[in-house]
Every structure is written in C-alpha cells, then in structure tokens.
Design a protein around this ligand. Structure first.
Ligand code: SF4
Length: 540
C-alpha cells in the first residue's frame, strides 16, 4: 500500500475555508481504478489560524510544524494544494519533505498560474483540475516503484486530461464518500458548477474556457440530503453564475427550502440577472447574497472586462431591498484607471444601496490572469510575491493605497461588524457627510484614541460608534441629534444581538421605542422636531 496525504494550509478558520480542492483530489485517488486498491489516502488540513501555527513567528517554523505533523502519518507521497497564502510555507515544507525521501505533487491556483516555475521545488506539478491527472500520475509512480518519472512519462499521464474536466459526472463527491465531513468545519462549500461565462481580467477564470460545466443533478440532490442528515448549519454555494440560469436557480431554491429549511445559504450572485421572481424565491430560505460591484465607474470596469450597467444594477438591487433579501457588496481598490476619488465615490454609491455588508479588497494581480499579462500596458505595479497586491497604478499612488486600506478597515469595523445598515445613511444625512468621509473621520478618531479596529464583541463596537458620533456631532455643533442618534443605534444594536443570540437585554432610551422603530427615525431632523422625548427602559 502506498500511503498518500492530500493537504493544504487554509487561509483562515471558518466554514468558508474548507479544504475542498485537496478533498476532491483525495476522493479521486480513492476511486480511480489504477490507485484505489494500491493506495491508502488521507486528507489532513491546516489553517493559518490554528493556534499552534499562529504562535510560530517565521514561515520556517510553521513549515517545520506542518512537516512534523505530516511525518507522523508516514506518507510516501504528499499532494499539496498551493494557494497565494500558503505558497511560501509549502515551498519550505517541500524542501524538508524531500530530505525524508517523500514525493511531492503540487497543484492548485498558484501552480496552475506558472507550473514551470515550481518544477525544481516540487517533484511534480499539476496545472488545472487535478482529479484525473493526479491519480494517473500516482498510478504511474507506483508502477515505476516510485522512481523519478521522465518528462515524457509525466506528459503521458496528462494526455487527454485537459486543464478542465469536461464531464463532471466522472467525479466523486468528497462529501458523499466520507473524505470530508462538513460538520467538522461548521459548514460546507457546495460546488454546483465549474467555469464561468464571464472573463473578469483579475480572475483565474479570465483565461479559462467560457463554458459552465454543471455537476449532475443526482449528485447535488444526494449532497443536499447529506447536509440535511448532518444538520449542516451553513452552506457556501460555489457557482459564480448561480442566478444566470433562472429556471435552474428557482428549481434548486425550491429543493433547498424543502430539504434543508434550517440551513443558512450564501450565494454569489450577479445583480444584472436578478428579477422579482428570483428575489422572492431567495426570501423563502435563510440566505444572503454577495454581489460583486468592484467599482462604480463604468470605464474602470470596462478595463477589467466587466461590463456594468449602473441603472440596471440600481434597479435590481432595489428589488432585493423591496423583497427583504439580505445582500452584501464587494469593492476593489487599485483597479486600472481608478483614482482615489472615484474609489471613494464607489464606497458612497455602494452604501447608498443599503448593503448588509460592504467588503473592500485590495486588487491582487494574480499570475495566470489576463490582468497579469496586461499589467504593464495598464500601468500596474504590484508585489512579485504572494499575495501580489497592487503597489501603485498610473492613477493610484502608494499613499492612495494606504488611505484606501484605512477606509476598508473603518468600513469593516464601523459598518459591517457594527451592523450599521439600519441607521448608517440616516446618520450620514444628519451630518451632511458622505459615507467615505464618515469612515475616514472614524478611522482618524480611532487612531487618536488608540482603538484597535479588529473585530470584537458587538456591544463594544456599539459603544465606540456612539462615542465617536457624539464627539463628531459636538464638533459640528449639532448636539441636538446626539440623543436620537444614540437611541437609534442602541435600539437596532440590541435587536441585532437578540436575533443573533436569542438573548434578551434591557436598554435605556430617551425617546419612545415605537417612534424609534418607525419611518420617523429615517430622518433625524423630522424625528427631533416631531417626537417628544420620554425616558424609558425597555426589554428587547
Ligand atoms: S470574478 Fe466571478 S464573474 Fe468574473 S470571471 Fe471570475 S468567477 Fe466569473
């Protein structure tokens, strides 16, 4: 028996970070006729947030830790899923594992981007999807007594196995064969399809085939049954075009509602394909949509091959709001042609649409993407090691990048973790301030007060929101709004905590709760002019 370990180092500890790629390869080795009886396969994953790994200072020490753990399994072959965030550590691991005579096969996005670069680091590199190539390579290695294969022998294993597997019904589900148990990770990543009909320049799909390959309905149904059986609390749907095929999306939402009514689903959706019927269907299950806006500037988006119709976007997001669908938006800073001013306008535009959360990312110029190939022509300067973040562009200076990062951190703390969506725009209007300006002022205030903007208990964030706004209103001689704003923040905060944890709490208010919880509270000017203060304590 050949002992094989499939492994990866996950970016974080969360249900969304699940070693699906490594699990798919492990599952494929288990079922491939040439390896199933010859191999004993195990999946072992690590996370950068594992306590033992976090406690170590250098990548060298982290690699030593991972290798020591892998060696306890006595593997002859280790298959690594290499990503932007684990590449450096896995290169060090490979060096150490070689010394033990272990064969390393590496795949994943980093390898796919430039397989030749890694040929000297790992014994064998596999670009694209690994479920056909890796088992064939292992079969060949076993029949050669694990001796080094020639280039021709390796190529013969990859023959007829293109980067993308055309027929996904050939693949086994790592959930259904027990390779991975979603309950261990607190949730599942659910692959419904591979490929994307779009070609956003910064995405790995930019150079892939423009076809979408669907997993068979039978597999999807069985996985859904398994999620129900195991009472999986949350599922992240991997299908960037989930709602592009409306009939398919509606049919699956119906099934989800019937089979797993208590599971929370996260979908990536395209705003341009949302209509009322689909929005209504999303309200029938506990779910949230994440929608890529990336920039509010049509010219910027055109440069990264992402057509954008602002009017349609606003209209369809309006439908989600009218139907009460929870959704978040994504923005990217450092895109070609984007200035700091237009990035700020992007924040203002995004927040004006009432997203539940706004995620702001730095552009990564990933090797293997169209953006990487055109970086010079587009005037992009970026880090040449992972995570390949942008350093500057023709229109975005390193100083702009620092300021964008500050806005991102302030938005994440104040708006997302601070659960500010019900009142944020009301407060901005009362202060006659744009969202991006308020985020910048909050960031400056936090710096002055040595406040660490990392996620913490919501109640603490709420107190900081109130302290900051009280000072901000005072500076602008707008003290008249302070009590009403404080009530609105406390009231909505307590409701959000009750929804999240079920725990009741008592809060003191200056105004009657029935007015705080009404349309009146959308306009603070109207509120303070028309609602009479009446101090009270209420239980939420
Ligand atoms: S970013 Fe999303 S929509 Fe664009 S190509 Fe990639 S997967 Fe497709």
């Amino acid at each position: 028996m050949t002992r094989i370990i499939c492994t990866t180092l996950l970016v974080e500890k969360s249900p969304q970070a699940l070693p699906l790629g490594a699990a798919c390869v492990a599952s494929a080795i288990k079922h491939y006729p040439g390896t199933e009886k010859e191999c004993d396969v195990k999946l072992i994953s690590f996370s950068r947030e594992d306590e033992e790994i976090q406690a170590l200072q250098s990548d060298e020490q982290k690699a030593e830790f991972i290798v020591a753990r892998l060696l306890t399994e006595n593997p002859q072959i280790v298959c690594m899923s290499v990503f932007v965030w684990n590449r450096t550590i896995f290169e060090l691991c490979a060096e150490k594992l070689h010394k033990e005579g272990i064969i390393i096969i590496a795949g994943g996005p980093e390898i796919t981007a430039h397989p030749d670069v890694f040929e000297s680091t790992f014994d064998y590199t596999v670009s694209g999807e690994g479920e056909l190539k890796v088992p064939r390579l292992i079969e060949k290695l076993i029949s050669a007594g694990r001796k080094k294969l020639s280039k021709e022998e390796v190529l013969s294993c990859y023959k007829d196995a293109s980067a993308s597997i055309k027929d996904l019904s050939l693949l086994h589900s790592p959930y259904l064969d027990g390779t991975i148990d979603p309950t261990e990770f607190g949730g599942a990543l659910w692959e419904l399809a591979r490929g994307c009909p779009f070609k956003c320049s910064y995405c790995y799909e930019s150079k892939g085939e423009k076809t979408v390959r669907l997993f068979p309905e039978e597999r999807i149904d069985k996985e859904l049954e398994l999620f129900a059986q195991k009472k999986v609390p949350q599922v992240f749907v991997l299908d960037p075009t989930y709602n592009a095929n409306k009939e398919r999306a509606l049919a699956l939402l119906k099934k989800i509602a019937r089979v797993t009514p208590d599971t929370f689903y996260y979908f990536e959706a395209r705003a341009e394909f949302i209509d009322r019927q689909l929005a209504k269907a999303f309200t029938k299950i506990p779910c949230a949509l994440q929608i890529g806006l990336q920039s509010a500037d049509e010219n910027v988006l055109r440069k990264v091959n992402r057509p954008f119709n602002k009017k349609l976007f606003v209209k369809n997001i309006g439908i989600l709001n009218q139907e009460g669908v929870t959704f978040g938006l994504d923005l990217i800073y450092g895109l070609p042609g984007e200035s700091f001013a237009s990035f700020r306008q992007g924040i203002n535009f995004a927040v004006s649409l009432y997203p539940n959360n706004l995620e702001i990312f730095c552009l990564s110029v990933l090797p293997g993407t169209d953006l990487f190939d055109r970086a010079q022509e587009l005037g992009l300067t970026f880090e040449n090691t992972p995570p390949y973040n942008i350093i500057k562009t023709d229109k975005f200076s390193p100083q702009d990048k620092i300021k964008a990062e500050q806005l991102s951190r302030a938005c994440s703390y104040f708006y997302n973790d601070g659960r500010a969506v019900p009142w944020f725009l009301t407060i901005c209007r009362s202060l006659k301030t744009k969202p991006a300006d308020l985020f910048q002022s909050f960031y400056d205030w936090a710096q002055k007060n040595s406040l660490d903007l990392c996620c913490c208990e919501h109640k603490i964030i709420e107190e900081n929101q109130i302290k900051f706004l009280t000072q901000f209103y005072k500076q602008r001689q707008m003290d008249r709004y302070i009590k009403a704003a404080t009530d609105i923040i406390r009231f909505n905060g307590a409701i959000s905590r009750k929804t999240a944890t079920g725990a009741s709490e008592k809060i003191r208010l200056t105004y009657p709760p029935e007015y705080i919880d009404s349309q009146y509270s959308l306009d603070l000017d109207f509120f303070i002019k028309n609602v009479r203060p009446k101090s009270c304590e209420i239980k939420i």
